[in-house]
Design a protein around this ligand. Structure first.
Ligand code: SF4
Length: 468
């Protein structure tokens, strides 16, 4: 969507929720908001049960760390919503679609953040739902609470904060530094002021603009309204003397996969979920392995288990790998995403998920760096030793899980789409694989290649990823 293009829209945003179910080609699609991506194990179990009992049996993870369930029949939709409400996953009937709140997935677990964003997530969610006017926000409006490591501030939120020190945070608007600084204690007040400032814009009020970035000069106009709104509040708002922050993903803005060291000798385990599709049985397993009774969903459509000891992490990685999930940071599954495609979307020209899965090399062919060394768990090198047909991921049952942050050659993000809309395309540099009448068009950095079939497409994608 280009700036100003919203003027052609004839309808308000129709993002699905638990109550406002989208009629997809494969049945009803319900989306459940999970502020901060934080799910208790019991809620994850209930989601798994409801997905299996009312829908397709798969929980889809979204790029906003929310979840969705497809295949809900007409008679099952009310029952699904009732189960979500009973599980505490639908705390506001009026605001359910506007609780889109990203947070650094590892906040409060490791020592890399300036602050723990968890309490800010709770405060923002509570105060957002308490303001009747904010129920009118479009379902696409996105908040982000970055704990200072820079992993979610640059994922294109409409309104976000990024701490610049222990007491001060930059206000991010439309995915870029607005230049405004607020005390950390006023961060939620500033985010709510930004949401209200957006709604005060005539195009947003009419329901035609869904994101701040769609409005010509939107970020500047919202910043001016926020400055005026907070002028007399505690702490106020000020412009920084220093340069604006650069809007680029930092090294921390990568999908956490593998073992992550935590203070006190505990570890977390980052788990990638192939194509963001979590079968009910996999969700049950994650809930069983959640040592602290909580799982955290990531905006990279993965999951983090925290508070494990090393033995638990090794055992968990083996079980998860055997179940088809990925704990190896060098797995070629890392960075592969796809839209719904056929049969879920009537616009799709192909079953892009099946084709994307077919394009991922089996585990022995894990990508190698230009020097020919394969990234393996623990940062050592090797050649891989497992046979074809094993579950996605690497290491195999009993192997030590990989260490997050190890070099990951060959994991250039690739997004498969069933049509030119490219739904779900991640931000940043991504190879696009878009279905055409005769096959796929593979494109990167403005250069493209038409491929006739899945074999030719796979070869083109593999070559691109090996080079990058
Ligand atoms: S990109 Fe096209 S085919 Fe894929 S989900 Fe969006 S509209 Fe459907």
């Amino acid at each position: 969507m280009q700036i100003g293009d919203f003027s052609r829209r004839s309808r308000a945003d129709a993002c699905p929720g638990a109550l406002q179910v989208h009629a997809a080609a494969d049945g009803g699609l319900a989306r459940i908001r999970v502020p901060g991506g934080r799910l208790t194990a019991s809620r994850l179990r209930e989601l798994a049960g409801a997905a299996a009992g009312c829908g397709s049996g798969v929980i889809e993870l979204t790029s906003r760390a929310n979840v969705q369930v497809r295949g809900l029949g007409d008679g099952a939709q009310a029952g699904f919503a009732a189960r979500m409400a009973a599980a505490g996953l639908l705390p506001s009937l009026t605001h359910e679609r506007v609780r889109n709140i990203l947070a650094s997935p590892l906040t409060g677990c490791d020592a890399r953040g300036t602050l723990d964003a968890g309490p800010l997530v709770d405060e923002l969610d509570r105060r957002l739902c308490a303001r009747p006017g904010l129920a009118g926000l479009p379902g696409r409006f996105l908040f982000a609470l970055d704990d200072g490591r820079g992993d979610v501030a640059w994922l294109g939120p409409d309104a976000g904060i990024l701490p610049t020190g222990a007491d001060e945070a930059a206000l991010i608007l439309a995915g870029a530094d607005s230049g405004l600084r607020v005390p950390v204690g006023s961060a939620v007040t500033a985010l709510l002021a930004a949401a209200e400032a957006f709604l005060a814009e005539p195009a947003a009020e009419g329901g035609r603009a869904w994101r701040i970035g769609e409005l010509p000069g939107g970020a500047e106009r919202v910043a001016a309204r926020v400055r005026a709104a907070l002028a007399h509040s505690a702490g106020g708002v000020r412009s920084p003397a220093a340069e604006r922050l650069r809007g680029e993903p930092s090294a921390a803005g990568r999908e956490p996969v593998g073992v992550i060291e935590l203070p006190g000798g505990r570890v977390a385990l980052g788990v990638a979920v192939p194509l963001g599709r979590l079968a009910a049985a996999q969700a049950e397993l994650l809930a069983d392995l959640a040592a602290g009774g909580e799982v955290r969903l990531t905006p990279w459509r993965g999951v983090v288990l925290s508070g494990l000891d090393r033995a638990e992490a090794t055992r968990s990685a083996a079980l998860l790998t055997a179940a088809g999930l990925v704990t190896d940071p060098a797995s070629p599954w890392i960075g592969v995403t796809a839209c719904a495609g056929r049969p879920g979307c009537a616009r799709s020209l192909a079953d892009v998920r099946a084709d994307a899965a077919r394009s991922v090399p089996p585990s022995p062919e894990r990508f190698t760096s230009p020097g020919g060394r394969t990234a393996v768990p623990g940062g050592a090198s090797g050649s891989g030793d497992r046979g074809r047909g094993e579950p996605p991921g690497a290491g195999g049952p009993g192997a030590a899980p990989g260490v997050a942050g190890s070099p990951r050659p060959g994991t250039l993000p690739v997004h498969w789409a069933g049509c030119e809309r490219r739904c779900g395309r991640p931000g940043g540099r991504v190879a696009e694989v878009v279905a055409t009448a005769g096959g796929y068009h593979v494109a990167l950095d403005g250069r493209g290649l038409d491929c006739a079939g899945i074999e030719e497409t796979t070869a083109a994608v593999t070559a691109l990823r090996r080079e990058m």
